[in-house]
Ligand binder design. Structure first.
Ligand SMILES: [Zn+2]
Length: 271
């Protein structure tokens, strides 16, 4: 029992440290007490210390979801992003490039503009902000200068939580931004929580540690993904739904987005 109490105390302290930063408090009722750390499923099986966790979330969290291309953060995390922004938290989608490499039937010279507009529309639907790292689609570069630039972009956001691609994804741009995010996290002394997400047809193998119930926001998640018209969402969105349904079976929800917390990351307050 003593060990269990000690564990709870440690969890509580780390959660408080994860959120007790310099930004101003907002009214606690702005936030839904379900801003519980780890996945609720896991947490409730181990503890009843929810009020302390909810109190620790009584200010807007800053969250950055990084993605290789416009549409990736939406594909893997739109439900979770919606849950966060509904609670009053601040979410930015940080795209490595503007999708210059493909935009359906339009000429390649138009792709950057078309896909930037699609990303902005998706972000509007999610009540999030779009940020672009301005690398080039399919030609991601990782070198000392890009590590610095990317770390600067993330640092400017002062994030509590960063989501990024699984580093073994099949697309090289996904792997690139995953490395850039990891490096920024290390450079920041692991100051923010670092989680990985999955996208259809790219992410294998993936063994999630945490789940977010997205059942109630499914229609808005779909709308954000379908904002990327040039990416022919009819082809890939159903595959992502298959994933969230199967994750939901595991987590006990109709649909769930699944994440893997970096083993050395502090736990995040997930919605
Ligand atoms: Zn991608």
């Amino acid at each position: 029992m003593w060990l269990r109490r000690k564990w709870l105390l440690e969890i509580s302290k780390s959660l408080y440290a994860a959120t007790a930063r310099k930004r101003p408090l907002q009214s606690p009722q702005t936030f839904y007490n379900r801003s519980v750390s780890i996945s609720r499923r896991r947490f409730f099986t181990h503890a009843t210390a929810v009020p302390l966790v909810a109190a620790a979330a009584a200010r807007p969290l800053r969250i950055v979801v990084t993605g290789g291309h416009p549409g990736d953060p939406e594909c893997g995390c739109a439900g979770t992003i919606t849950r966060y922004t509904d609670l009053g938290h601040q979410v930015a989608l940080l795209y490595l490039n503007r999708g210059e490499g493909f935009c359906g039937g339009a000429s390649l010279s138009q792709c950057g503009a078309i896909r930037t507009a699609e990303a902005r529309k998706a972000c509007d639907l999610l009540k999030a902000r779009a940020i672009f790292a301005d690398q080039y689609d399919g030609r991601a570069i990782i070198d000392a200068a890009r590590y610095e630039t990317f770390a600067g972009l993330l640092s400017a956001e002062d994030p509590d939580i960063v989501f990024t691609h699984w580093p073994l994804d099949s697309h090289r741009d996904h792997r690139a931004i995953s490395m850039l995010a990891l490096d920024a996290w290390l450079k920041a002394g692991k100051a923010f929580a670092l989680y990985y997400y999955e996208v259809a047809e790219d992410t294998t193998p993936f063994s999630p540690t945490d789940y977010v119930d997205i059942s109630t926001v499914e229609s808005r998640r779909r709308a954000a993904c379908y904002a990327h018209t040039s990416q022919q969402p009819d082809k890939w969105y159903p595959k992502q739904v298959e994933i969230t349904r199967s994750r939901g079976i595991k987590a006990g929800f109709p649909q769930a987005e699944a994440f893997l917390r970096h083993p050395e990351s502090k736990p995040a307050l997930l919605p």
